[in-house]
Design a protein around this ligand. Structure first.
Ligand SMILES: *[C@@H]1O[C@H](CO)[C@@H](O)[C@H](O)[C@H]1NC(C)=O
Length: 210
């Protein structure tokens, strides 16, 4: 069949439009990019943050959602502590699955961290969400206890620090509650409550914190 140049061009445009739409649905959306904080290079750079540099650094981390950037800005060692939690989650996962065919391998410094295993609903995926959420809750709780994050103690001067009313430090009575709440705020904020996928991840995050 003869096609004029214009028609062919139009067909190509159409095809790529259709392809674009199809890909949009096929490419899985992994929101939990914060896992990157537990990977060696990123973790190392969080260790080097200083009270004078962290605020700008938080704003530059485009793999964090707005809420996570906001929490990041609360104290210079939030990122390091969250990163430590993510790192513990990854290590525990690799330990638990060391004998399995899927051994919780990670991919250095790519935003998806765990790669293709997250594309399908699986026990492995659920485990990754649960263990990393639990890692953050544990790490924050520990940081409060050893004073790495003095802001979560009972210092009212710090607690009344202005966070524009969106997030308040608190929890001098129960560290675990605090760690768990912080983990919930940080980790869950990357998920979309409007999708089945998001709801499933939120469930697994909660299970991990428990
Ligand atoms: C996972 O298994 C592969 C292949 O056996 C191995 O190369 C890799 O080091 C393992 N990763 C971890 C984290 O144990």
């Amino acid at each position: 069949m003869y096609m004029s140049k214009d028609t062919r061009k139009e067909t190509t445009v159409h095809l790529s439009a259709i392809l674009g739409v199809v890909l949009l649905f096929l490419v899985p959306v992994t929101n939990a990019m914060w896992w990157l904080l537990g990977m060696p290079t990123t973790y190392q750079s969080t260790l080097e943050l200083k009270p004078t540099t962290y605020k700008n650094y938080c704003k530059k981390l485009h793999y964090l959602v707005d809420k996570q950037q906001e929490l990041c800005g609360l104290s210079y060692n939030v990122l390091m502590i969250v990163g430590h939690g993510a790192k513990m989650g990854i290590e525990e996962c690799q330990h638990q699955f060391r004998m399995s065919r899927w051994n919780c391998s990670t991919f250095n410094d790519t935003p998806t961290v765990f790669g293709g295993v997250l594309d399908v609903k699986s026990r492995e995926k659920a485990y990754v969400y649960a263990i990393s959420s639990s890692g953050v809750a544990y790490s924050i709780t520990r940081a409060c206890r050893i004073g790495e994050l003095p802001d979560c103690g009972c210092d009212n001067r710090i607690r009344s620090r202005d966070t524009k009313g969106r997030w308040k430090w608190g929890g001098c009575s129960d560290d675990i509650m605090f760690g768990s709440k912080f983990s919930k705020d940080f980790v869950d904020s990357g998920e979309d409550r409007e999708t089945q996928e998001g709801l499933m991840n939120l469930h697994n995050n909660r299970a991990g914190r428990r």
